[in-house]
Design a protein around this ligand. Sequence first.
Ligand SMILES: Cc1cc2nc3c(=O)[nH]c(=O)nc-3n(C[C@H](O)[C@H](O)[C@H](O)COP(=O)(O)OP(=O)(O)OC[C@H]3O[C@@H](n4cnc5c(N)ncnc54)[C@H](O)[C@@H]3O)c2cc1C
Length: 511
Amino acid sequence: MADNRLRSIVIVGGGTAGWMAAAALIERFGANRHTRITLVESPEIGTVGVGEATVPHIREFLKHLKINEVDFVKRTSATFKLAIGFEGWAGEGTQFFHPFSEHGVPLLGTSFQHYWVKARGLGKADVIDRYVLSSELARAGKFAVPKSNDGKGFLYFNYALHFDATLVARYLKSWSMTAGVKHVEGKVGNVRLHGETGFVEALELDGGREIQGDLFIDCSGFQGVLIEKALGTGYEDWTHWLPCDRAVAMPCESRVAPPSYTRSIASQAGWQWRIPLQHRVGNGYVYCSRYLSEDGAIAALRKGVEGPALGEPRVLPFRTGVRRKIWNRNVFCLGLASGFLEPLESTSIYLVQRGLQYLLGSFPQARSNLALQENVNQRNRAHWDHIRDFIVLHYKLNKREGEPFWDECRHMSIPDSLTETIELFRETGRFRQDAIEFFRASSWLAMFAGFGLLPRYYSPSVDDVPEADLVKEFENMAAGIASAVAKAPSHEEFIRTNCLANLPVQAAANS
Ligand SMILES: Cc1cc2nc3c(=O)[nH]c(=O)nc-3n(C[C@H](O)[C@H](O)[C@H](O)COP(=O)(O)OP(=O)(O)OC[C@H]3O[C@@H](n4cnc5c(N)ncnc54)[C@H](O)[C@@H]3O)c2cc1C
């Protein structure tokens, strides 16, 4: 049998996606020395440099690479994230959380929300956030490491990180190069394709250099140098469901204690993010250019930030949608080259991670395998659709009546899959199985409850529990959570005690 292993993998792009790919690939192939891994990037083009809020899966990525989380937190100036706090989405003055944990506990095998709906109807239960430890910790500005109880029970929660994207790329670069990734600086110009197969054979760099490879990973950002410019793979536009098409980003000095959650603040024509880091705050306004000018967005952002600006506002245009294939011929794309979903649920970096799982889990051989490619493309696409639906939900259920952008979003048509998810919950308080793949039932519940969409009927088994017992259950849960919150340190104190950033002066200044 011929040796079917790949000899050379070339990554184009040295942003978060490129260095995550380099680290994951060298971790997999570092030991065998049969497969060379090269990363080429153009310092002249630069990286997007935003992308500072994550979901808990990032910690699994670090763990897989055997990167010490405390060291990573210190060197990327990270803070901890228990939830996303949505402000003003359900109307001016409202706030609710999307936490990284379950709500309450099931009773007699029936999900929490059925009991909560009944108790709420009787006036015996509070808003849903009171039954989620991480939401309550976030509300109180506190943080603690969850006690290990296998992810079960109402005192368990999960968490993610907020970090400085530039420092993360730097960290992963140093890690990957130490492990054996070859780094080349240069701008990819022409891409040479094989005359018959159309596979990429080589990249021609400025200065006449050339890089050959068997497999190419396109992490070149929005323009997709290989996947789109060279292979013309195609892009499916989702702007009709997610109408925001610009972001303006501007970091500022920290003036208040860092919250242990990402703030998402509904604004005139979109929403603003606030991401606390140890040495600054990341701020941005994601907006729809049909409803707000660039100057208007910059002015609104400047007005709302908590401290003096660190640099000028940077406008980033984007088009929400997905690349038609994540894997085409011998090119696999990741990061912004594979599509863009706005950062409302901090899913882009996670999608890089997921793409890498598809790649490593179905690893290509030297000979092409179309059935495998097709399978990966379908699975990846289903995953993007799932995340898209969850993000569209935020706009569809908004309660900002009388504001043109938000009125349009409330009245827009939505994907059929999302309509089914909403209607099933509205009627029965249940979730479609295929809708809870990444965003689990608790995530959907947080959004439905936050927007005040409650099911018409709860499960009949709830009525088997005597009312007095039901009330007691809710009191116990709320008391258990309140007691755990009271014992936890503030987020600021937790960081000071355990993982204060030790940034080189130059890195902090440049990031
Ligand atoms: C406004 C905004 C906010 C975001 N917020 C979040 C968030 O909170 N959480 C999250 O998970 N994600 C977020 N993201 C997404 C996140 O920033 C990206 O997923 C992540 O940074 C990965 O980017 P990238 O590496 O694909 O691309 P980039 O950072 O654009 O890097 C592209 C790389 O390709 C190189 N390159 C390009 N062309 C060439 C060429 N011809 N030759 C050689 N090299 C080339 C560049 O030099 C660069 O190194 C956000 C994105 C935006 C736009």
